[in-house]
Design a protein around this ligand. Structure first.
Ligand SMILES: NC(=O)c1ccc[n+]([C@@H]2O[C@H](COP(=O)([O-])OP(=O)(O)OC[C@H]3O[C@@H](n4cnc5c(N)ncnc54)[C@H](O)[C@@H]3O)[C@@H](O)[C@H]2O)c1
Length: 367
């Protein structure tokens, strides 16, 4: 594994851990590093879920910055630290401004800061909407695989809400070996549905149907991907799920409690999911407990929880900062290997505690 690149030895104080250089990684570089790597990223996400399940990570609650004058918008901070072989700390800072879409600008934008495990120094700032979409899609593809192992492999997929995240999830499903006979699409916006249909026509040979209602879409799909921006449940009738599909509830707030209470419920992290008015949070409030939660994806992968074929299974991933860190570090390592890191010379400038004339003392003195 590549570690953070270091400043030339003559610029580093003796006895000190090396101060890393700081680099900036553009969206174009991120995309190039991840392009065609879907299977590798899904494997990485699987590893990180296992590391997190083993307790070798720190992933505090996400912090939601909201604005009284812009109630539909938010910026979320996800600090995290991963142990295992990755060993990196950092912060994802991601905005969601749904009003952007009408102006032709993507809803979400993000940066990811990677901090060096040994010194704490930030050593990279990455454009991170692509990292975020990729880790979300990788986690969805991983869940689709594990949650359908004890039932016939779904051949009819339905996408409810078809923006950027739906496109990434489709790409990651295809990139990890899934193929579909039928692909259903439903979106409140005819433009979104048409745009996604156009993307599918270029990238998939399946039979594509745009449905007028969420009910028709769900009833026609064995694998349902929900990636809307709904703030509260709008899918409320449990009979739509009588055929027991696998549901990837990525947008977290679409399903009414009565649907979750009759399903097998798998999450990425229980404490993370049970807040911020997610559907699983609402189901806890309405049922008075968490008994309806069957476990985490790590529990399923480790064989501690089984997923019956004769029930609907819903995967609700809150989205863990550790995944962003791992994918961001993967991108950093790829670019470092290719020698194309954009280093900001002199980014860390004030590096001697008592000024340039004082005897040097390493960073380690501060410990
Ligand atoms: N769980 C995670 O880890 C995670 C990570 C990233 C994004 N997300 C979530 O994924 C969702 C999708 O993100 P995106 O970037 O693709 O957004 P986007 O704005 O690009 O697309 C969302 C689409 O949903 C449609 N939509 C909204 N309400 C709908 C409804 N009731 N029925 C059908 N369609 C509806 C919109 O018209 C739009 O086309 C967001 O809610 C985001 O918060 C979750």
């Amino acid at each position: 594994m590549t570690t953070a690149r270091s400043l030339p030895a003559d610029l580093v104080e003796t006895e000190a851990p090396a101060v890393p250089e700081f680099c900036v990684i553009s969206g174009a570089q991120v995309q190039q590093a991840l392009n065609g790597r879907e299977a590798q990223i899904v494997k990485l996400v699987e590893t990180i879920y296992r590391v997190h399940g083993d307790g070798d990570s720190v992933n505090p609650p996400s912090y939601f910055l909201r604005f009284p004058d812009r109630p539909s918008s938010r910026i979320i901070a996800l600090p995290a630290s991963i142990g295992g072989q990755v060993r990196v700390d950092g912060l994802k800072w991601i905005s969601s401004f749904p009003g952007n879409v009408a102006a032709g600008v993507p809803r979400a934008s993000a940066v990811l800061i990677l901090n060096d495990h040994d010194t704490g120094y930030p050593f990279a700032c990455l454009e991170s909407s692509i990292v975020s979409a990729s880790r979300t899609a990788a986690s969805a593809a991983l869940a689709a695989d594990w949650l359908s192992r004890d039932r016939p492999r779904p051949k009819r997929v339905g996408f409810l809400g078809v923006g950027l995240i739906a496109r990434y999830i489709h790409t990651f499903l295809r990139g990890t070996g899934w193929s579909f006979d039928d692909i259903g699409v439903h979106d409140l916006s005819a433009d979104s549905a048409a745009g996604f249909r156009g993307y599918l026509e270029q990238s998939d040979g399946g039979n594509i149907t745009v449905y007028d209602s969420a009910e028709e879409l769900i009833r026609s799909s064995d694998l349902v991907v929900i990636a809307t921006i709904a703030a509260e449940p709008h899918v409320t009738d449990p009979t739509w799920f009588d055929h027991h599909p696998v549901v990837l509830h990525v947008s977290l707030r679409d399903l009414a409690p009565e649907i979750l209470l009759t399903a097998t419920n798998i999450v990425d992290d229980v404490e993370h999911c049970q807040k911020a008015n997610t559907s699983t949070h609402l189901a806890e409030l309405s049922s008075g407990g968490r008994e309806f939660l069957d476990g985490t994806l790590d529990d399923v992968m480790a064989g501690r929880v089984s997923v019956p074929a004769d029930r609907t299974v819903v995967f609700s991933p809150f989205g863990l900062g550790v995944l962003d860190l791992a994918v961001g570090k993967f991108v950093y390592d790829e670019i470092a290997r290719s020698g194309e890191l954009n280093v900001i010379d002199g980014f860390f400038h004030e590096r001697q505690r008592h000024g340039a004339s004082a005897p040097t003392s390493g960073l380690s003195c501060a410990k």
